[in-house]
Design a protein around this ligand. Structure first.
Ligand code: BEZ
Ligand code: FE
Length: 310
């Protein structure tokens, strides 16, 4: 490309010309959103353009790479169905889901006790889980070592909350959620309510590690990056009560091999719990005699008030 001569008769630095040509594109696209009626849309789109353009400049994206990126996102779209959300999975493995959780975190809410930290929702929640009574069992045939989970639900001032709805779901000992099987089973999930004293207790399964669905484009990306698809062992909770922010979280198992390399960056120190293992035949607090080992843990849930939403 011929360079124009400056007044002094010297060629300007080609790098400066490139930077100028590139900035003209960015400025034009940012300016194109100034007409957005919705102020938030304008703010978000202008920032998105500035950051994606800066990324392209930083890595000097080639046209081949741009084509590969489009092919990859197209494959992510084609893999997505009513029951498989590959875009959310991509957001999860890029840490975008966890960063969004962090940005919206409510644990800084004032109070004597810190609100329970949130973590990723994941793709395996389903509406209309079976209701169990306090002390009931969520397994409904899912295989695994029995685990007794109990605790309280309170606010950040320590007041116990009666009638909080507690949704729980988890994978079986083969690392599979019910919805990943071909039949219509509804196992390893349920909901219950905290009692008049704000207490809850249920039987589940000692969580075990499992891989996120890795037979699609996101799995190929992990493989190319030399990353493991494994999630640290966990049990999902979603807790709601009138006047409180919805809490979506997990509890993790202390000592688990994948705590440091969780594929979706969901582990938080405050969510790691000891699952105490009991010898075969040890009677349970509710009078069951389990022939094999069983575990127990106590998870006290603290909700932040709705007004502390960010
Ligand atoms: C899960 O824990 O269920 C999960 C979370 C993110 C991606 C895949 C699975
Ligand atoms: Fe999970």
């Amino acid at each position: 490309m011929a360079h124009e001569h400056t007044a002094e008769g010297t060629d300007p630095d080609p790098g400066t010309l490139d930077a100028h040509r590139e900035q003209v594109v960015t400025d034009a696209v940012v300016a194109s959103f100034t007409t957005a009626k919705d102020e938030r849309l304008r703010e978000v789109m202008q920032a998105l353009v500035r950051h994606t353009h800066a990324f392209i400049r930083e890595v000097r994206l080639s046209e081949d790479e741009w084509n590969q990126a489009i092919a990859f996102l197209t494959a992510v779209g084609h893999t997505t169905t009513d029951t498989r959300q590959e875009f959310v999975l991509l957001s999860d493995v890029l840490g975008i889901s966890m960063l969004t959780v962090a940005v919206n975190d409510a644990t800084a809410a004032p109070g004597v006790i810190k609100a329970t930290e949130a973590t990723v929702f994941g793709p395996f929640f389903v509406e209309n889980s079976p209701r169990i009574e306090p002390g009931g069992d969520i397994a409904h045939g899912a295989t695994g070592e029995p685990s007794l989970i109990s605790g309280t639900v309170s606010d950040t001032a320590g007041n116990l909350i009666a009638g909080a709805r507690i949704e729980v779901w988890e994978a079986d000992s083969d690392g599979m959620y019910d919805v990943q099987y071909d039949n219509d089973r509804l196992t390893g999930r349920a909901h219950l309510y905290s009692d008049a004293d704000g207490r809850y207790q249920f039987w589940g399964l000692t969580p075990t590690p499992y891989p996120i669905p890795d037979d699609g484009p996101v799995g190929q990306l992990l493989d190319a990056a030399g990353r493991s698809p494994m999630r640290a062992s966990h049990l999902h909770f979603m807790v709601t009560a009138p006047g409180f922010r919805r809490l979506v979280t997990h509890i993790f198992v202390a000592g688990d091999a994948y705590l440091g390399t969780d594929s979706v960056f969901g582990v938080k120190e405050s969510l790691i719990y000891d699952f105490e293992r009991h010898e075969p035949g040890t009677p349970t607090p509710d009078g069951r005699v389990i022939p094999g080992t069983w575990t127990s843990t106590v998870f006290d849930i603290v909700l932040s008030a709705e007004e502390h939403s960010p």
